[in-house]
Design a protein. Sequence first.
Length: 265
Amino acid sequence: MLLTLVIYLACGAVAGVLAGLLGVGGGIVLVPMMVAIFPTVGVPAEYVQQMALGTSLASIMITSISSARAHNKRGAVHWDIFRNITPGILLGTFVGGLIATHMPTLALKIIFICFLLVVSLQMLSGYRPPATRNMPGFVGTSGVGMGIGLISSFVGIGGGTLSVPFMSSCNVPLHHAVGTSAAIGFPIAVAGTLGFIVGGWGRPDLPSMTLGFVNLWALLGIASASFLTAPLGVKLSHALPADKLKRGFACFLVIVAAKMAWGLL
């Protein structure tokens, strides 16, 4: 059990740095790690992906607070965008979480693998949507938030890979888009976690120390480490060449996706 906690702490440390550094959300790394770990700690195979998604979202509640506070100190959080997008985020992520808890694990794994490949291709190409418009009003922004929340719940992320390109296309400077995305990660995580708790409540054969599809032991280790390392990622994001780092991380994602796909064969 002690070794498992150390592994969870290491996962959280990596996720926290990535959340602050790249604005992609630590869930991209956390979910594959937990998919590999959970079968060894008694999580039934048919619930592994759901447990990984729910626990990832729960941990993002902590990571997003730490990361958003660090970005806010640098004036990089647009709270007006946060207010407008949050209602849609809450609805989309909660509903998406409920849907995901009733989907086959295989389907969720395939969705996650496809998502990893799309994200890695975007990072490798360096493509950013052209900034040809301004942020829409409340209805439009909230509608986009609903879509971001829905997708985020299926892949267990804080939404940065979706919200950052959206805001960049609306003439929000990149560092501000990353900072605002960190704040948006909190309502995504809260609503998604609730969806996975409600959807997983009363399921048979789940191990102890779980709340629905949230593994509390993993959450403790991941959240503790990620809260401490997220500000480091923010500091590095303002000092390092983010584009080069993203391309290297993209190659890592391709390897992860290939390994997960091989495991399905």
